[in-house]
Design a binder for this molecule. Structure first.
Ligand code: C2E
Ligand code: MG
Ligand code: MG
Length: 505
């Protein structure tokens, strides 16, 4: 019995041993399998990482929209090209290309159309010359090319690019046209490597300021202007915040009776150091840098406030404000005008909005809708600087405007030149055909006045009658009954009377 027990016990031990061994082997196999799985998945992960990395590598330095280089890679190419240039004494040209009025196109047709135009422009730049060392999109509507070229060759290349970029862009059923501006900086003539891109950009902006659609080389004088402008812009921001802007007022008079029909509000900036700065200097700057919104709102409100104050004194002429391109593009313009009129208790028929012909023609569909809403509100719309834009009779006919203001350029020569008189007559005829009132601006001499009266102008405005003056000066002058800068003395009565030609509220 004892040996049986011993046998059984040794058998059990042997089984246990075998089972343990088996379990160990199984465990080892499992561990090996797990290790193999981990290794495999690591290898897989590494492969995927590698693929992603190379994709990233491809994408890095590429602009997603156009597939062109971005600034960082362009700068690297420029570094290499400059080194090569220093070795063999050749010259390099950086061509900075900006599309003209792209922002308006983007706003009018939307970003999808805008993006398609940017991509097409990139394709044209890629193929137009075929010999560039590098080509990048720097963001927005700006591109830059690097060429191994002398200044003559660079100028030819710029003109070729301009021709290509000027061709219509087809997006869906649309055929869109855009101009472009090209600024050129030559290495080594225009400065050291770090300044090249900046110099080309300055040159490009100088072309834009002259209306775009051309090329210009960098000129050191331009950089001073740019610095000056940057300082002026800073000061303008402060001026808006600190209330250094003012309105002065210039009367429009009835051509027959010489009674005042309206006072046009004109912006002035009282700069603490530079003195008075005119709108021709700072309005375009404000437009470009997003300041025209707050300035335009202030003008509308201030002119309405002033109109209310004058009405309190018994002065009953209408008030005119100038509306900028930026304001015209804002959807809330009409709402804003309505609110200002209501705030100061001014009837809408007492306000005229002057919009320059070129702005009115920028986006005729949008302009027409805004003009229509202004008309419904009861505000008069005047087309300013008429004759300087490119409006067709057909597009003018569709605009619900009340008045055309013949630009000063056409008035200046009226006294001496027969040709100027013919043009003046044609402009008055256009207004008559469209059933619009005609105002001539910039009238300085009695000869000009006589011709304009004979041509049939309804209203006149200019230094002959009155220069722009402060609101207080206008009221004081009216009270004292003193002629202001040669203005006829029967102004005074007219200030307190309703004008015959424009019905008052
Ligand atoms: P505009 O609306 O056509 O105004 C007429 C400009 O000619 C004014 O210049 C006025 O002072 C000047 N002027 C008037 N009569 C005569 C004259 O007999 N001879 C000469 N040589 N000039 C005369 P200003 O005030 O410098 O304004 C220039 C332009 O700036 C204005 O042209 C208008 O387009 C713009 N502007 C003025 N104020 C504003 C404003 O509040 N908002 C906007 N968006 N633009 C404004
Ligand atoms: Mg005006
Ligand atoms: Mg004008």
């Amino acid at each position: 019995m004892g040996s049986l027990a011993a046998d059984v016990s040794s058998l059990v031990r042997a089984d246990l041993l075998a089972w343990s061994l088996g379990a160990c082997v199984g465990l080892l196999v499992l561990l090996a399998l797990e290790h193999w799985r981990v290794v495999r998945s690591r290898q897989h992960l590494a492969k995927r990482l590698q693929a992603a990395n190379s994709q990233l590598e491809d994408l890095r330095g590429r602009d997603v929209l156009t597939g062109l280089m971005t600034r960082a890679d362009f700068e690297r190419s420029l570094d290499e090209a400059v080194l090569a240039c220093n070795r063999d004494g050749a010259s390099l040209a950086v061509l900075y290309v900006g599309l003209d009025n792209f922002r308006s196109l983007n706003e009018a047709y939307g970003h999808t159309v805008g993006d398609a135009v940017l991509a097409q422009a990139a394709d044209r730049l890629r193929t137009a010359l075929g010999v560039q060392l590098a080509l990048a999109r720097l963001g927005g509507d700006e591109y830059v090319l690097l060429l191994a070229a002398t200044d003559d060759e660079a100028a030819d290349a710029a003109e070729q690019l301009l021709r290509e970029l000027h061709r219509p862009y087809g997006v869906d059923a649309l055929s869109l046209r855009l101009g472009a501006s090209v600024g050129i900086a030559i290495y080594p003539d225009h400065g050291a490597r770090p300044r090249l891109l900046g110099c080309a950009a300055v040159a490009m902006r100088s072309v834009k300021q002259l209306g775009g659609g051309g090329h210009a080389f960098y000129d050191p004088a331009l950089a001073v202007d740019e610095r000056d402008k940057a300082e002026l812009l800073q000061a303008l921001r402060r001026a808006v915040e600190q209330g250094q802007l003012q309105l002065v007022y210039q009367p429009k008079v009835d051509a027959q009776s010489l009674q005042i029909t309206a006072a046009e509000a004109l912006l002035r900036w009282e700069h603490p150091q530079r003195g008075t700065i005119g709108p021709a200097v700072f309005v375009p700057l404000a437009e470009r840098h997003g300041l025209m919104g707050p300035i335009g709102h202030w003008v509308i409100n201030e002119a309405c406030r002033q109109a209310a104050q004058w009405r309190g004194l018994g002065l009953r002429m209408r008030v005119a404000v100038n509306i900028s391109g930026h304001q015209m593009r804002q959807d809330d313009l009409v709402q804003h005008i309505a609110a200002a009129l209501q705030r100061h208790g001014i009837p809408a028929g007492r306000l005229t909005c002057e919009i320059t012909e070129s702005v009115a023609m920028e986006d005729t569909a949008h302009t027409r809708a805004t003009f229509e809403r202004l008309r419904q509100l009861g505000v008069h719309v005047s087309i300013d600087d008429f004759g300087t834009g490119h409006s067709s009779l057909a597009s003018l006919r569709r605009l619900p405007a009340a008045e055309l203001k013949i630009d000063r350029a056409f008035v200046t020569d009226l006294g001496q030149s027969e040709r100027a008189r013919s043009i003046g007559k044609a402009l008055v005829d256009v207004a008559r055909t469209l059933d619009l009132r005609v105002v001539a601006e910039g009238v300085e001499t009695t000869e000009q006045r006589d011709v304009l009266v004979a041509l049939g102008c309804d209203e006149l405005q200019g230094y002959l009658f009155a220069r722009p003056m402060t609101a207080t000066a206008l009221a004081l002058w009216a009270e004292r009954d003193e002629p202001h800068d040669g203005a006829p003395s029967d102004f005074r009565a007219s200030l307190f009377d309703p004008t015959a030609t424009m019905p008052l509220d």
